[in-house]
Design a protein around this ligand. Structure first.
Ligand SMILES: *Cc1c(COP(=O)(O)O)cnc(C)c1O
Length: 370
């Protein structure tokens, strides 16, 4: 009757316990059973193999993650149920009011967000301007910095840990200066906490602070402290694009980009995790680097060039020169991605694919065994 969801390709997400801890804790009888069940690899109790061995149904949290997991654990059939976020929690106040008027049953059935395609672009722009104003008030309260509501605003908030690569955007400050000097300004709002033992995560935050200092007022960068859900709600709705630069293939799903999509904020992201499914280039947002499912490793130089190139040549011109065109992308983010990458759809898939399947299989076994 067990169902196992594997959550990440990052090794720290797969607990292993040394065998000389297992016997004293569980006792020799259970330890012996575990040993015989082949979930002890290389002298350790491997919780992932324990779950794989004893579950009837195993899934990853996005289509690409299913593929990555199958190559990590050969011989175990793995399905995919792509993550989703809880729409009523993540939709900002201005967009809640807008959806209430146009799509009254959106909170219980966010699938209906597909009808956002019928909302006039001017109303999308107005709701977004209100959400952006709320974010800028929050930034001012927390940091004293006054950001300009007319300036293209990039958002980035993640746990500050190695594979999330918060530093990629700041890896070529000269290039960033050239872009904003060409007359299309940008500003950046970041947040993210590092685990107290994660030295490289803490270094990443320091590097962002150094870059922010160097860029000064030419490209304002604010780093907000104490990243939590309340702050995330302001950020994912108040920026103009949601940036994500994880090192492939470690982003199993990613969820903050889904929160942004619910608020009409398109993603500019490395094509890993959910973005492999959510990306329609130029329609719901933009890719950083190759889009295919076969390119499973990051090429940092190529991704950096593509990120700067897309900003300079595609995204900033659209934002400043064709605001209605930009609003069309925002609307597609809601209609195509908000309507799908939500917890309602995800739970329904768990019920029909995972729980129902495991129960039927268990009943079939009971029948066979009399
Ligand atoms: C959504 C969220 C996360 C996870 O975001 P990812 O894009 O999946 O990394 C982490 N922390 C907070 C506070 C969040 O709101």
């Amino acid at each position: 009757m067990c169902v196992f969801t594997t959550h990440t390709p990052v090794p720290a997400g797969h607990d292993k316990f040394p065998w000389d801890l297992v016997t004293p804790v569980l006792g020799p009888r259970r330890a012996d059973l575990l040993q015989r069940s082949q979930c002890c690899i290389g002298g350790t109790l491997n919780m992932t193999y324990l779950a794989l061995r004893f579950s009837r149904y195993v899934n990853g949290v996005a289509l690409l993650h299913e593929q990555v997991s199958e190559s990590m654990f050969p011989g175990y059939p793995i399905d995919a149920i792509t993550n989703g976020v809880h729409a009523p929690t993540w939709v900002s106040r201005p967009f809640s009011e807008l959806f209430d008027r146009h799509i009254p049953n959106w909170p219980r059935s966010p699938q209906y967000m597909r009808y956002a395609l019928g909302i006039p672009r001017a109303e999308i722009r107005k709701a977004h301007a209100a959400a952006k104003a709320e974010l800028l008030v929050e930034v001012q309260l927390r940091t004293g910095r006054e950001l300009n509501p007319d300036v293209f605003t990039i958002g980035f908030a993640r746990r500050a840990t190695g594979y999330k690569r918060a530093g990629l955007f700041f890896s070529d400050l000269e290039r960033l200066r050239r872009i904003v000097r060409s007359g299309r300004p940008m500003q950046v709002v970041l947040a993210g906490l590092a685990h107290p033992n994660d030295v490289s995560g803490q270094d990443m935050i320091r590097a962002v602070f150094r870059a922010a200092e160097e860029l000064g007022d030419e490209l304002p960068v604010v780093y907000l402290e104490g990243y939590n859900m309340a702050l995330a709600r302001f950020m994912v709705s108040g920026v103009d694009v949601w940036l994500n630069t994880p090192l492939k293939p470690y982003e199993a799903s990613g969820t903050s980009g889904m929160k942004a999509a619910l608020n009409g904020v398109p993603s500019l992201s490395v094509v890993d995790g959910w973005w492999y499914e959510g990306l329609l280039e130029g329609v719901t947002g933009w890719a950083i680097g190759p889009v295919g499912r076969n390119v499973t490793q990051s090429d940092e130089q190529l991704e950096r060039d593509d990120m700067y190139g897309k900003l300079e040549n595609t995204i900033l011109p659209l934002f400043y020169d064709d605001p209605d065109g930009y609003a069309a992308v925002m609307r597609h983010a809601i209609a195509l991605n908000g309507s799908f990458f939500n917890a309602q759809r995800m739970l329904e898939q768990y019920v029909t694919s995972a729980y129902h399947h495991a129960r039927e299989a268990a009943h079939a076994d009971d029948f066979r065994m009399g």
